[in-house]
Design a protein around this ligand. Structure first.
Ligand code: NAI
Ligand SMILES: O=C(O)C1=N[C@H](C(=O)O)C[C@H](O)C1
Length: 250
């Protein structure tokens, strides 16, 4: 069987360099291009890439995806910074290229995906819920894509269950003291040398708390999800948001 022709964009970065090694080691894939900042995107079409793994920066990802989608190249995207506006723009490009698939995964690690699923499940049973994400200090953005997505999923689950907004009688003397408000869920971002990527979902009600914690200890934890995404996205046209759609979690 012919191998899947995969390119990595952002190939010299922390996760991109790990992805290059993972694609090279996969028996069913061929690494046909590895692009860094300043490299020509045309190299992707010249190399005959079927799938691009996009791991760059929120300022770069839209241009890269526009090129991929317009050229019918599927994409697996780990880069963060997704807003409703950005998703709408990407969706309009995909409508003009209906056979092309794009997977955006706020997090490729199975533990992080499960954290989001468990948090979504627990959300309606507790009066209070807050998210704390902790990352290395070279991270491009805050809050993390994972924390934003987790908070959105929690908020949606609470809305669906008819939960009241969570109580908070605090008067804040300093702006930011209660974190960022994502759909009514406070999200706190810690940046600390020595960390990689970690998240806690804190849930509380009278007399009890539940903490769901996930730790990414090495970038290798993201690789099975990236490889799965590359294998599946070629037969999944349109936009898929979240790796859970390619996993059987039931
Ligand atoms: N979804 C997930 O599971 C994960 C997502 N990420 C996200 O991936 C992104 C990259 O993270 P890191 O590797 O830690 O950052 P990094 O800064 O180490 O690497 C990014 C690389 O992309 C390059 N780059 C920037 N613009 C480019 C362009 N237009 N073309 C080609 N290369 C370009 C940079 O020069 C750099 O080498 C961030 O948004 C991060 O949040 C990181 C880890 C896991
Ligand atoms: O920048 C990182 O490192 C990570 N970014 C993603 C995010 O913003 O959620 C995924 C993971 O947390 C690592």
């Amino acid at each position: 069987m012919s191998k899947l022709r995969v390119a990595v964009v952002g190939a010299k970065g922390r996760i991109g360099s790990e992805a290059v090694r993972a694609v090279e080691a996969a028996d069913d894939m061929e690494l046909v291009a590895a692009l860094g900042r300043g490299d020509r995107l045309e190299a992707l079409t010249e190399a005959g890439a079927q799938v691009v793994v996009e791991l760059t920066h929120p300022d770069s990802v839209m241009d890269n995806l526009e090129f991929c989608v317009r050229n019918g190249i599927h994409a697996v995207v780990g880069t963060t910074g997704w807003t409703e506006d950005r998703l709408a723009k990407l969706t309009s490009w995909l409508e003009a290229s209906p056979e092309t698939g794009v997977l955006i995964a706020p997090n490729f690690s199975i533990g992080a995906v499960l954290t989001m699923t468990f948090a979504q499940k627990a959300a309606r049973f507790f009066e209070s819920v807050e998210v704390v994400e902790l990352h290395h200090p070279n991270k491009a953005d805050a809050p993390s894509g994972t924390a934003t997505r987790t908070a959105q999923l929690i908020a949606a689950a609470r809305r669906e269950a008819g939960c009241a907004p969570q109580p908070d009688a605090t008067t804040t003397a300093l702006e930011g003291a209660r974190g960022a408000d994502v759909d009514g869920v406070p999200v706190h971002s810690v940046r600390l040398r020595g960390l990689l990527a970690h998240q806690e979902v804190l849930l509380g009600d009278t007399g009890e708390t539940l903490t769901i914690r996930h730790d990414s200890l090495h970038h290798s934890c993201f690789m099975p999800g990236i490889l799965l995404g590359a294998r599946r996205v070629v037969s999944t046209p349109g936009l898929t948001f979240g790796l859970e759609h390619f996993l059987d979690l039931d």
